[in-house]
Design a protein around this ligand. Structure first.
Ligand code: PBG
Length: 336
């Protein structure tokens, strides 16, 4: 094939002219391989209890911790823009070593879900399931000494998932990186009569520097150590695929990778290997880099956002969780 191309280039110069299809905007639009759609985007929302609370998150521009009724107002805006879904994270009023508030039916996530459910917005309601926002030590599971105890954490995660399903979540997203968490959630949900609640598995979640701004938003920085004994080493691409395989077998409906931009190769491999819907989470640090550089006038914000979302989608993600969901949706509507 290479020889053939070379021969043609020599024999008939100008036969291969990919620029032909780049010459006008309508032509470029016609042949575009990857298209973005607002309804593939999921917007993370941070919720707190109370009323009238909007605490801006300095490291996540344009995002705030919202009390439930303000989160509902934001959901209306997102639905109006055509965004596909919201992913809820809760910040509890009080934390304890077991992160019990994660399953609190009066907590901000459950309350917001119940309110959103009655609004009947065309938005998929997703609840993140983890203990790190709820534990005093900031780790994603319960401790045995300084070790995060995998199997003692599983029932607590399942309890939280059941509470969110009961409150109206369409999908729950276990993000604690405990072994067996997808199976634990699936059997817990089924036993509680929530067999229709789907699971988006944070299947390949790397121990990443890029979660920094999120931890500020959620107050979930570990008080000692780090998360490397449960989150994955980003150097291990085969292990990442194995994590996805395990989650698929445990009953995941959607497989997610995160961070997004450092996992594009994983998306491409996973796209070939699995028939499940794939998702990617463009995490807080990825967003912060774009905001910081565009604030300094070093890159064009809109261009950088659309380019990264296109790369993530092109690599194989059907769903993109992104702090830019509202912006991207608004721009995509403009250019219709
Ligand atoms: C909870 C969780 C985290 C993120 C999503 N779920 C933080 C962490 O693992 O430390 C990060 C999301 C982001 O950075 O935007 N375990």
């Amino acid at each position: 094939m290479r020889e053939l191309l070379a021969a043609r280039a020599v024999d008939t110069p100008g036969t291969e002219r990919p620029r032909r299809l780049r010459s006008t905007a309508p032509l470029r639009a016609l042949v575009r391989e990857t298209r973005l759609d607002p309804n593939q985007m999921v917007a993370p929302l941070f919720v707190v209890s109370g009323r009238g609370r909007r605490d801006e998150i300095s490291s996540l521009k344009g995002h705030a911790r919202l009390s439930p009724e303000l989160a509902v107002a934001e959901a209306h805006r997102l639905a109006g823009l055509g965004v596909g879904g919201v992913l809820l994270f809760g910040i509890p009023a009080a934390k304890d070593p077991e992160g019990r508030a994660a399953a609190d039916r009066q907590g901000p996530v459950a309350e917001t879900l119940r309110m959103l459910k009655t609004e009947k917005l065309p938005l998929v309601l997703i609840a993140d399931v983890c203990l790190c926002e709820y534990t005093t030590h900031g780790h994603c599971g319960v401790l045995d000494g300084e070790r995060v105890d995998n199997d003692a954490t599983l029932p607590l995660l399942a309890e939280a998932a059941i509470a969110y399903a009961e409150a109206g979540a369409d999908i729950v997203g276990p993000s604690a990186m405990m072994d067996g968490q997808v199976a634990a959630l699936r059997s817990g949900l089924d036993a509680a009569g929530h067999d229709g609640t789907a699971i988006i598995a944070y299947a390949s979640k790397h121990a990443s520097t890029f979660y920094g701004p999120f931890r500020e938003a959620a107050g979930s920085t570990p008080s000692f150590g780090d998360r490397r004994s449960y989150q994955m080493d980003s150097a291990n691409r085969r292990e990442a695929l194995r994590e996805m395989e395990l989650d698929a077998r445990e009953g995941a409906d959607i497989l997610m990778v995160k961070p997004a931009i450092t996992s594009l190769d994983l998306l491409a491999h996973a796209r070939d290997r699995f028939d499940l819907t794939l998702a990617a989470y463009q995490v807080s640090g990825e967003a912060a880099m774009i905001e910081a550089a565009s604030d300094r006038g070093w890159i064009d914000r809109r261009g950088a956002i659309l380019e990264t979302l296109t790369a993530i989608t092109g690599a194989g993600a059907g769903i993109v969780i992104t702090y830019f969901a509202a912006d991207a949706a608004a721009w995509l509507r403009e250019t219709r």
